[in-house]
Design a protein around this ligand. Structure first.
Ligand SMILES: C[S@@+](CC[C@H](N)C(=O)[O-])C[C@H]1O[C@@H](n2cnc3c(N)ncnc32)[C@H](O)[C@@H]1O
Length: 327
């Protein structure tokens, strides 16, 4: 679909990170406001989405300058998932410093009352924190939204990574419809499909052939790599080798300092930032500026939404909103 001549709906984004969700949606929605606490991912957002991102704490904005939030058609966001992640046994849920921010998202929605909302988080919110999820869904209903809940795995949208995420989509009741999630196209890609056309990464201080495709660090140690090669089944958190003919396992924000947790399928090195972006379905025109520290580059990608999933949600929501408003 080409939207050049069609009206785009306006959007704002909470917890915008490096902007993967918004980058995937921006063909369909015009992001006029965004917010992120950390200035480092915000640099990436500015470079790839829009320059307007406000750096600061969302709770403080809502409490002290609520009029800063513009009127928009759609609001999106993925509050930090750390306290809801299934493998985080110490996760404090909504009592946690991060977990409580789902209510900042809710309070933002209550102020703006957009036509539609998209909320993204980990499946652990459904599996381990169901009463919190129910409380959140009922709160959205109570302020006038018709709610749809779904999970989408990036793997079924042509991304070479198994990455299942929970989405809440709310439609303001006066619009008179319930959101229907996009059907996955079931296009499957392997790590080979995603990475094999890349040239060898360049070393630091050499001319860069592909942006963000640079070897910056040799970790894990040669001893660990040697052990992995001798015992290919002996994989452990901290160094796992990707398989050419499979999808990548889920790669989270805790990919390890400088991204050392995942090794290239056959070269004895960690994956580059470009390879990680490719494993999130991000095209090569998305470039993370050098002003973002390398650890933060990996982290912002691991925090992000796989771009083809974001795009499919955006296309579907755009179409359903347009149909409802033209009736
Ligand atoms: C899961 S990430 C969002 C990723 C984004 N949706 C994407 O696709 O790239 C959550 C973000 O919330 C930010 N954050 C955490 N606490 C915040 C706060 N109090 N105010 C605003 N942003 C916050 C984090 O720095 C992080 O970048």
């Amino acid at each position: 679909m080409h939207l050049q001549s069609e009206k785009k709906f306006t959007a704002l984004s909470f917890f915008s990170g490096g902007g993967l969700l918004d980058y995937g949606m921006k063909e369909y929605f015009d992001f006029i406001w965004a917010n992120e606490l950390n200035p480092q991912p915000a640099l990436c957002y500015k470079h790839n989405v829009e320059n307007h991102i406000v750096v600061g704490d969302i709770e403080s904005i809502i409490d002290h300058t609520p009029s800063a939030l513009p009127e928009v058609d759609v609001a999106v966001g993925g509050p930090p998932c750390f306290d809801f992640t299934s493998n985080n046994t110490a996760g404090k849920g909504q009592q946690g410093e991060h977990g409580k921010l789902i209510w900042a998202y809710f309070n933002g929605i209550k102020l703006v009352k957009p036509k539609a909302i998209i909320f993204e988080n980990v499946i652990g919110l459904y599996k381990k924190h169901r009463s919190t999820l129910d409380e959140l869904l009922n709160s959205f209903r109570a302020i006038g939204y018709q709610i749809s809940l779904g999970s989408l795995n990036a793997e079924t949208f042509g991304v070479a990574q198994s990455r299942d995420r929970l989405f809440i989509v709310g439609i303001r009741k006066d619009l008179g419809f319930t959101f229907r999630f996009p059907q996955p196209p079931h296009v499957h890609k392997t790590v080979r499909d995603a990475l094999s056309d890349l040239p060898a990464p360049t070393a630091v201080n050499q001319p860069i052939l592909v942006p963000n495709h640079v070897v910056t660090w040799t970790s894990p140690t040669p001893e660990r790599i040697h052990d992995l090669m001798l015992h290919p089944r002996n994989q452990w958190i901290g160094a796992r080798r990707l398989q050419w003919d499979n999808v990548s396992p889920m790669i989270g924000f805790n990919i390890g300092k400088d991204g050392r947790a995942f090794l290239h399928p056959e070269e004895d090195r960690k994956i580059t930032v470009r390879e990680f972006l490719r494993l999130m379905g991000v095209d090569d025109s998305f470039v993370i500026p050098d002003t973002v520290k390398i650890t933060n580059q990996y982290k912002l990608i691991g925090n992000g939404v796989a771009v083809p999933v974001a795009r499919a949600l955006a296309e579907t929501l755009h179409q359903q909103l347009r149909d409802a408003l033209s009736n």
